[in-house]
Design a protein around this ligand. Structure first.
Ligand code: ISE
Length: 334
């Protein structure tokens, strides 16, 4: 079966997905797009030779759309995710599922009313081969329990509209989800350390910052978020176990040696660094949609990440340790 996809908000991220669906991912076909900016919907529809829907509601309810991909701006997700659930359609929603835990709760309530999981959240790092190998080593028990994880999330730069809280809500959310998945437990508290700010970028940002999280069992995760590091898109992670340490390898398969020394290319954006992960997540989602099954990170994962983000954002604007507040997991997500 070819899954007929309708995409809401085909900006840079959405079109990167569409290009992969057209070239390397099997089993999906774009039938139409909608966008808050009708001009963009028209341009993208012409580029891919598909329908430009007048509204996201028209797209979601169109009988030719089997499943919905939402790649719009985070605050716009809630209404379209809930409308997709109400239409009984499977929906892939880019991260964040919604910008607040309250909005994610409303999405979970709609799913529980529908009585089935229809929402998959685009936390693609779970599909990255290097993180998967790290998890397999931890799960094998060979290095004992995880005691600490040191992460770094660096971007070359961010646009001016990147808000002060985005370092947590838009950037660190990746480590928040990946660490919940890697460690298999929830976070209970958050703290933010605020080092000297870079002179390279906007005054309204605390850049860099270090988000320090603690899990239920006491594992400590620190995440350096530095979104104007200038030199590249650099993702690092070192897991410290009781009897061994596992680190993500560098991003290249080869190391170059020449007259300037030993070096390799550093990627500049997430689509390049996580290309394989994006392909794997969307392929797995389409395969599951074709079988009418749920797969991947659920609305619960989107909610749990939002709860940790909420605590992180509170810790960013205040000093000290902030407790993560989270409801008990509803039976649907057990
Ligand atoms: C962006 O939305 C992403 O998802 C990138 O992976 C992240 O590095 C960047 O900071 C975010 O703004």
């Amino acid at each position: 079966m070819t899954v007929r996809i309708g995409m809401i908000g085909p900006g840079g991220m959405g079109q990167a997905h569409l290009d992969r669906i057209r070239t390397v991912i099997a089993g999906g076909e774009l039938v139409g797009v909608s966008d808050i900016d009708p001009g963009n919907a028209k341009r993208v529809a012409e580029k891919y030779g598909v329908t430009a829907f007048d509204s996201s509601a028209d797209l979601i309810n169109d009988p030719d759309v089997d499943a919905v991909m939402i790649c719009s701006y985070g605050p716009a997700h809630e209404a379209d995710v809930i409308a997709s659930i109400k239409a009984g359609k499977r929906v892939f929603c880019e991260k964040p599922l919604a910008p607040t835990a309250d909005a994610c709760e409303r999405i979970m309530a709609a799913e529980q009313e529908a009585g089935r999981k229809l929402v998959t959240v685009g936390f693609m790092r779970r599909f990255d081969e290097s993180y998967r190998q790290m998890k397999a080593i931890l799960d094998s028990g060979e290095i004992g329990e995880a005691l600490m994880v040191h992460c770094a999330h660096r971007n070359p730069t961010v646009p001016e509209h990147y808000t002060w809280d985005a370092a947590i809500n838009d950037t660190a959310i990746h480590e928040i989800d990946t660490m919940r998945w890697l460690l298999g437990e929830e976070f209970v508290s958050a703290r933010v350390d605020k080092p000297k700010k870079t002179s390279q970028r906007f005054e309204h940002l605390q850049d860099p910052l270090v988000l320090v999280l603690t899990t239920q069992s006491g594992t400590r995760v620190d995440d350096e978020v530095f979104v104007n590091c200038q030199y590249g898109y650099d993702i690092r992670c070192e897991l410290v176990g009781e009897t061994g340490v596992v680190s993500l390898g560098d991003q290249n398969q080869v190391v170059r040696r020449d007259s300037v020394g030993q070096h390799n290319k550093i990627t500049m954006d997430h689509n390049e660094r996580f290309w394989g992960a994006f392909v794997a997540e969307v392929q797995q989602w389409l395969d599951a949609v074709a079988r009418d099954e749920h797969t991947g990170p659920s609305a619960w994962d989107g909610y749990a990440a939002a709860c940790v983000c909420d605590a992180g954002v509170r810790a960013l604007s205040a000093d000290g340790v902030v407790a993560v507040e989270m409801m008990d997991k509803p039976a649907l997500y057990a």
